[in-house]
Design a binder for this molecule. Sequence first.
Ligand code: NAP
Length: 253
Amino acid sequence: MSAKLFDLSGKTAIVTGCNTGLGQGMALGLAEAGCNIVAVNRSEPKETQQRVEALGRSFLSVHADLATTAPIDDILSQAEQRFGGADILINNAGLIRRADAFEFSEQDWDDVINVNLKSLFFLSQGFGQACVDKRRQGKIINIASMLSFQGGIRVPSYTASKSGVLGLTRLMANEWATKGINVNAIAPGYMATNNTEALRNDPERSREILGRIPAGRWGSPEDLVGATVFLASRASDYVNGHTLAVDGGWLSR
Ligand code: NAP
């Protein structure tokens, strides 16, 4: 009985930024649990496609640059045409820019906020509306960060965006819970992906970070799969507006 709660057979998930890193790990985890995948990327997600199809699931690649909201209608209509719509939305695409707060440029502010926060909101709005129109249950999972809870250093637009993701997750959950849409977030800790390459290549920062992680290691994309399947499945039907840290204990220190 309990395993059925996590079964995603026949469901369709839109996953943004899944050519690599955490997005790829979550797409593969969802496919393993039974989902077809609508992959939204700037570049062809060839490896992800190959691995999802090897699991016996269908895969649709939608080319989109989420620096603007322009591609959102097309993403949703392609999902509609191919799969009759999507049940799950993973807002994962994101970027980070690093510079001292005194030096930080307006370009680095806008580039990060546009993808991490603005497109996340408007894609959620379009997905949520489609669920309501079709009377379909929806699950939205936003990818937050430790910097949804903490200030960080040298990443002002990233901190603003990820703190905003936590707030928006609550707001959307408050408005849409009665409409059958669960909105939650996952806050990954320090994970070994392109996003943290600069930190991992800096011996001092890398030592400091690792020394503070109770689990004693950087996280991997596979570490997010359990939380993702949980929040995408019936098992989380009464979980709304929560941001779940998957951080090896970082926030507990
Ligand atoms: P990553 O390997 O750099 O992946 C980021 C993904 O976002 C890539 O697929 C990237 O596509 C996509 N993306 C960036 N800008 C885009 C745009 N304008 N349009 C469409 N897609 C775009 O890093 P990651 O660690 O897997 O990051 C995934 C998410 O987790 C991000 O939201 C990040 O902030 C968050 N996160 C990561 C960590 C960590 O420790 N790694 C911790 C907390 C939160 P391209 O490959 O084409 O650039």
